[in-house]
Design a protein around this ligand. Sequence first.
Ligand SMILES: O=C(O)C[C@H](NC(=O)Cc1c[nH]c2ccccc12)C(=O)O
Length: 436
Amino acid sequence: MLQLELAVHELAPRMQHWRRDFHHFAESGWLEFRTATLVADTLHQLGYQLALGREVVDDAARMGLPSPEVLACEEQRALDQGALPQWLSHFSGGFTGIVATLETGRPGPTIAFRVDMDALDLGEMQQHTHRPFAEGFASCNAGMMHACGHDGHTAIGLGLACVLQQFTDQLNGTIKLIFQPAEEGTRGARAMVAAGALDNIDYFTAIHIGTGIPIGAVVCGNDNFMATTKFDVQFTGIAAHAGGKPEEGRNALLAAAQTALALHSIAPHSHGASRINVGVLQAGSGRNVVPAQALLKVETRGETSEINDYVFDRAQEIIRGTATMYGIEAEVKLMGAATNSVPSPEWVAFIHQQASTVSGVTHVVDTVKGAAGSEDATLMMARVQEQGGKASYMVFGTELSAGHHNEKFDFDEKVMEIAVSTMARLVVNFPWQRGV
Ligand SMILES: O=C(O)C[C@H](NC(=O)Cc1c[nH]c2ccccc12)C(=O)O
């Protein structure tokens, strides 16, 4: 296996280059136009078969899409920043997903990996104490920053593509590399699942770097993601003269405020953890006008889908109730979704065994306890498992300069070699003859 490690080590400068390039030109969810064209071009040159855009992203299942104006403007921005025109038409309109397939021509299962490509809606710290700024690769796109490591994930996906291509002669079956848009807000995976991109996969692994785990530590079957639903509520009342004819108004601001308080008082569930958060409340137009419009941005979470559904269903009752109470309309729009995950034990055991042999890996565990976020790769895992496949979610630890989603976020790039070595090993050392 020395040969594999050597190959990965030789790729380290290219991965660093990709990562820093993606970091510099950070693009948030559904706007990964430049990133996607470069990814597609690299994979094409490596000889992968590509399924792009609408082939792998279902239009109707996309959630939390920016407006057509923003999509058009960002597409032009991407072109100005070096997006490759020959690939861009596939992704136009926010269809920024890619599935790259390596057919070995020999019988065997289909093994798939998923990485995500989107940045966050966050401005990056532009000060010399922040390494990306000091070394000239901080985001040049205002309000968009890779503060969760997806620039690293994309570079890892490309690094893995290079290594597997070099080792094709030793492989069987089919390898698929899935590059997903819009993970933040859990918006993109559902559209790729709906397009059938996760069908007929036997072994599936999604990855994340960081998450508070030190470099050298690897989690093989992360299982603490919470099921989540993201939704907007648009309240529409009636504007009126606040002094002269207040009784003619229907107050959307008060309905939204009442709703926010009531949502946060939903009773917890005895079967496990639940969450609710009203993250945004915008309302009103002027001091002396009865507010006719209000917007809430809300998320519910649950340790299981059942618990999340319980919170979500209660939330809908509350919204209907406050709308009635204030005599106004409330329109709920789904903006994101993910489920909890239950990694397949046999696949986790194989990953554990392989990860333990990677140089630079010092600590291998199956799961970690503790506060959980959410991940829409769980929808992909569920799809693979529904069809009889095995699925897992891996985390590769790395030192962070600040927490995820912070404007000073940066990570130790050494993790990219560790991740690619481990993932490549899962394929190269796959027990082709006996299955796992
Ligand atoms: O729900 C979302 O929008 C996804 C987002 N996902 C992440 O932040 C990834 C994530 C999940 N768990 C952890 C733990 C630490 C860092 C990052 C993560 C979250 O939970 O808010």
